[in-house]
Write a protein that binds this ligand. Sequence first.
Ligand code: GMT
Length: 384
Amino acid sequence: MKIGITCYPTYGGSGVLATELGIEMAKRGHDVHFITSDIPFRLAGFKEHLYFHAVDVMTYPVFEHAPYALSLAARMAEVAEFEDLDLLHVHYAIPHAPSAYLAKQIVRKNNRMKDLKIITTLHGTDITLLAMDRSYLNLIKFSIDESDGTTAVSKYLRNHTYSEIKPNRKIEVIHNFVDVEKYSPRHTDASCDSFLHRLAPQGEKILMHTSNFRPLKKVGDVVRIFAKVRESVRSKLVLVGDGPDRYNSEQLARQLKVEDDVVFLGKQEGIADLMSHADVFLLPSESESFGLAALEAMSCGVPVVTSDVGGLPEVNIAGETGFLHAVGDVDGMAKSAAAILADDTLAQRLGEGARQRVIDNFGTDAIVENYLKYYQRILQGEPL
Ligand code: GMT
């Protein structure tokens, strides 16, 4: 197959998922063309069957805002024609799905024989936030209806889309996946070992969180949970990522007088080693369509304490892989985290349960196979 992929190339779950999927398709011999504003951050190094096409946005004095969505559509059409793509798979509806629709019309007009198929994957806030805004609702509904296929990363997100957007098309659920070899328990890496030794010289327990620090991730709650856990368990908090709430979280750590035990690492790539040394992973989000970061931690054999919103109950099973609490229940999350950290038998059981759940349900091969089968159904024109 010849596949075009468009995603946000920066830090974030949808870009990670799209990039890993493209890499896996290329490993299976399909030609994959990334059409994005920049090289996706996990796409480092030459790999056979992988190509990158930059979207340059033309600037002009009359443009108050550079029209990225139009430049993207033009580039998609150009690449689709030149590389004879079979399908375009766009991740995150806005603005990628409307751009793909436009590209499809251009290709159709230029070459009547060609029906470029469009697949849209809904990831989360494209539906839970953007589509709730009247100005985007119609555009997103139109884009789903005009896509040849649409997938959602959880049952929750599919059902939410059905009830709030009422598309005229069936949506397929294909969950996030993780490389269980890369994200595996207790790696040894010299730089990581030295960092952890300095951070926790007395064998203090390590709590971890990674995100893009948007308000919906509730990084402030992560710090509050840690401050409570630290009252009973000697521990350290490692925060990975950056974003709008970083400054406030740093301030909060100082206010709560825990700043000496909290490390803000900022944006990091390739944190599987580090993650595999965490004792508990925290994800107290206010909204989460799936929770890829929790899945990566689980794959490393790390128990997770999360909120119970969105798709998280499809990932984290209470008492089997970790614990879930209502959004904002800092006390409940702190109690669960402290219970795990104080009881090695419980920690081991949850850690093993977490890893097993990932291996059984969210491994790369099974999920990539689901995408491949879905591509084939769409290319064969199966009515949805
Ligand atoms: O939807 C978003 O907020 C952006 C997106 C991203 O790029 O980080 O995240 C979503 O997609 C991930 C991959 O499918 C999911 O695992 C995340 O749960 C989801 N984030 C939210 O729903 C907040």
